[in-house]
Design a binder for this molecule. Sequence first.
Ligand SMILES: [Zn+2]
Length: 149
Amino acid sequence: MKFIVDKMLGRLAKWLRLFGYDTVYFTEGSDKELVFESVRQQRILLTRDKGISKRKPLKIIFINSEKFAEQIEQLKSDLKIEIDTKKIFTRCIKCNTPLEKIEKEKVKDKVPPYTFETHDDFSYCPKCNKIYWQGSHIELAEKIIEKWQ
Ligand SMILES: [Zn+2]
């Protein structure tokens, strides 16, 4: 299941990536281009703009709420999306690229000293070089997962 998310739903796009879903966050371009990309890349379009359906995207989900928790609830009920804890932090939140593992020693000068001391598992994005570890995001993610189960 792959997504393309319109610019009004940035937070949702980041979280879908955090949960390991391949998600394009469409921030520049017209509605026409957004729909074109959804069809070309076979992605489910997530939007809060009802006018977009007239352009016949592949599959569209109208996100009803402005509230993030309710948006997640809606995706859960409409699409039966599931959160797999093993997939958290497998994709870059910034650019959607699959993350790769990196040895702890190699990140020593790239993360804060406290983070280095208190974590063993690090990943990085081969495209934008951002480094990830199981930090505050994971706790928040676990809270969301708990709520879901
Ligand atoms: Zn990246």
